[in-house]
Design a protein around this ligand. Structure first.
Ligand code: PDD
Length: 276
């Protein structure tokens, strides 16, 4: 398959230097963008978030977002990707290893490639299990950086417990999960952590918020506690390509009736409809 490397679409090969700052420091940002039936899902929103992440870390993108958008569409086209994602990352570039920013003539390095990926239909229909784990991340979780060690450790814990996700708590507040946002339903109202520095403001999260609005479901962008999660009528998680997965068990606690709840199913239906 082909990849986007800075401003050219080329054959995939080994080309990253050992002193790329992404490789040495995790000094970079990324996006994972869903592709359904060959079409990007909310591409503009992803690119705007990339732009914001870059700005927060003072990384200058190599060229305008409008140009990047054209390259990404071309990449999906040449690779003939139907169902999957485009992974895109930008690092601060290659420079002699010093912690401080390299000189201003150092060029950022942008890479994007396509990846086949199916949606989790089975989990979406039947629900899945999650584990709880402490949120040990830094206090800028709103930036989509390459520094993912706490997320990696959390997801590994989930996998070792046959769970799809690890849900983070900071103190007694539920923030999000290792690679997705978390929602609960209580008395037909939806609750999710507000979009601040403690979570990544997911693109799927935003879509779910607008779907709830359309469906007349009340959403509270409010913090809630571990206890509220375990006592919730319904729990679900959202992320690119994972879409919406109902969580029917957290650690050993069964959520609601142990099957995907009515409100969640309604939102899943509307989400599927919005993709077609
Ligand atoms: N992760 N929170 C975290 C910590 C995430 O890493 C992600 C996405 C989300 C959901 O965001 P979105 O709906 O925009 O995908 C929330 C991607 C998929 C990943 O790292 O692979």
């Amino acid at each position: 398959t082909k990849i986007l490397f800075n401003d050219s679409i080329i054959e995939r090969k080994k080309l990253i230097d050992i002193e790329d700052r992404g490789y040495q420091f995790g000094d970079g940002i990324y996006e994972v963008i869903g592709v359904y039936d060959g079409v990007f899902f909310m591409l503009d929103e992803h690119l705007q978030r990339l732009e914001r992440s870059a700005k927060e870390l003072q990384i200058s993108l190599p060229y305008p977002i409008s140009k990047l958008k054209k390259y990404l569409m071309e990449l999906v086209h040449v690779n003939n990707l139907k169902e999957g994602v485009v992974y895109l990352q930008v690092t601060r570039g290659e420079a002699e290893r010093w912690h401080y920013f390299p000189s201003s003539d150092t060029k950022p390095i942008l890479v994007a490639y396509t990846k086949l990926e199916e949606t989790l239909r089975k989990e979406e229909d039947h629900g899945a299990t999650a584990v709880l784990t402490e949120d040990i991340r830094w206090l800028r979780c709103d930036i989509k950086t390459l520094n993912l060690l706490p997320n990696v450790l959390a997801k590994q814990k989930a996998v070792e417990n046959n769970a799809v996700e690890a849900i983070f708590y900071r103190g007694d507040i539920i923030t999000e999960a290792s690679a997705s946002n978390v929602f609960i339903v209580k008395n037909k109202e939806v609750y999710t952590h507000p979009a601040n520095n403690y979570i990544l403001n997911g693109i799927t999260r935003r879509k779910v918020l607008s779907i709830c609005k359309e469906l007349g479901i009340k959403v509270n962008e409010q913090t809630f506690k571990v206890k509220d999660l375990l006592d919730a009528d319904e729990v679900f998680i959202t992320a690119t390509k994972l879409d919406i997965v109902p969580i029917v068990k957290v650690d050993q606690q069964v959520i609601g009736f142990g099957t995907p709840g009515k409100t969640t199913r309604e939102i899943v239906e509307a989400f599927r409809g919005s993709i077609l």
